[in-house]
Design a binder for this molecule. Structure first.
Ligand code: NAG
Ligand code: NAG
Ligand code: NAG
Ligand code: NAG
Ligand code: NAG
Ligand code: NAG
Ligand code: NAG
Length: 270
């Protein structure tokens, strides 16, 4: 999988030097996949086992794995982080602006053991593309929905926000320098699974952005049970009721057939 020693060295050398000079910069756009290279800075042979650990901003550990026999072992990574083997490094999928920062790839030779740790430092920069996001925020009142629409990747300027339902006009948020707008709708002013749209027009270039969202079903099972039975139903109670009911009906059906066949048998014997 990984090339032989000479090629490895060739790859390793520039990065090895970069740790001494400073961090290597990597720039990606939000939503893309970022690749952070971390070649083995050891004269690698198949019997060696190298432990690798990725850290961000000198703190949180993102990923740990070890390499032996040209294969990755015992990898333990946070959700969007994946070990890439060819070339060796870390992939970050669906990059977000919060992923920007200083990443350090620490390597230690476990077999045969050596005390020296080697590392590669990379600086990830994220270009946030102008975009509109629309999300449902947690509303305390379950008959209400609250929506947050925000414009990202642009300097705060005058923005007009408009909310619509299909072609029906709902609300206009007058021009302001706020890059986001919220909309609160309470029953009966919204219905399950209907689609709402947020439009933003940005003064600087008069570009219009819009984004739609489909509202959830408010009578989802847990709140349905909450209302119906006044239970403080956590899902295990609901599951207990459902499984219990199914089990009971199964037993009843079995009993019914048991009795029916015994009757039939008794009648035949007569
Ligand atoms: C690899 O081995 C060569 C000689 O065998 C040595 O000069 C070099 O420093 C070693 N490189 C690393 C990264 O250990
Ligand atoms: C890492 O990203 C590259 C390019 O974006 C892709 O080709 C490769 O398959 C990815 N590797 C993994 C392990 O997801
Ligand atoms: C809403 O609440 C749930 C659980 O209480 C939480 O997991 C989720 O992140 C919250 N969402 C927002 C947008 O605050
Ligand atoms: C939820 O909102 C509706 C409509 O505004 C209101 O009538 C109701 O009293 C509210 N319920 C709670 C628990 O706040
Ligand atoms: C609203 O927009 C501003 C930037 O204009 C941002 O700093 C703030 O976090 C946003 N608020 C919410 C709730 O997203
Ligand atoms: C529904 O919308 C109308 C008109 O926009 C408003 O007057 C009324 O207060 C809203 N009702 C609720 C429960 O939010
Ligand atoms: C916002 O709306 C007002 C009135 O509809 C309009 O005059 C103004 O040009 C709009 N601003 C932007 C940034 O589109």
């Amino acid at each position: 999988m990984f090339s032989g020693t000479p090629f490895c060295l060739l790859l390793a050398l520039p990065f090895y030097y970069s740790t001494n000079i400073g961090a290597l910069d990597i720039t990606v756009s939000s939503g893309d996949t970022a690749f952070l290279p971390c070649p083995l800075l050891f004269n690698y042979t198949d019997f060696m086992r190298i432990g690798v650990k990725w850290e961000k901003d000198g703190g949180s550990i993102l990923c740990t794995y070890s390499i032996q026999n040209n294969a990755i072992h015992d990898h333990n990574c946070k959700p969007r982080f994946k070990v890439n083997t060819e070339p060796l490094g870390l992939n970050i999928t669906s990059v977000e602006s919060s992923d920007a920062g200083l990443y350090k790839c620490l390597m230690i030779r476990l077999i045969p053991p050596t005390p020296d740790e080697r590392s590669v430092t990379l600086r990830l920069k994220v270009n946030v593309l102008p975009s509109l996001t629309l999300q449902l925020t947690n509303s305390t009142n379950f008959s209400c929905v609250e929506l947050l629409c925000s414009l990202q990747g642009l300097r705060p300027e005058q923005v007009n926000f408009t909310w619509t339902r299909a072609t029906q006009f709902l609300h206009h948020h007058p021009e302001s320098r706020s890059m986001n707008s919220t909309l609160m709708l309470c029953k009966p002013n919204w219905t399950d699974r209907e689609t709402l749209t947020c439009h933003a027009s940005y003064s600087h270039n008069h570009i219009r952005y819009s984004k739609s969202i489909t509202l959830p079903c408010n009578s989802d099972s847990s709140s349905f049970f909450n209302v119906k039975f006044g239970l403080k139903a956590n899902s295990s109670v609901v599951r207990f009721i459902v499984i219990g009911t199914l089990f009971a009906s199964l037993i009843c059906t079995a009993l019914f057939f048991e009795v029916y066949y015994q009757c039939l048998a008794a009648r035949r014997r007569q």
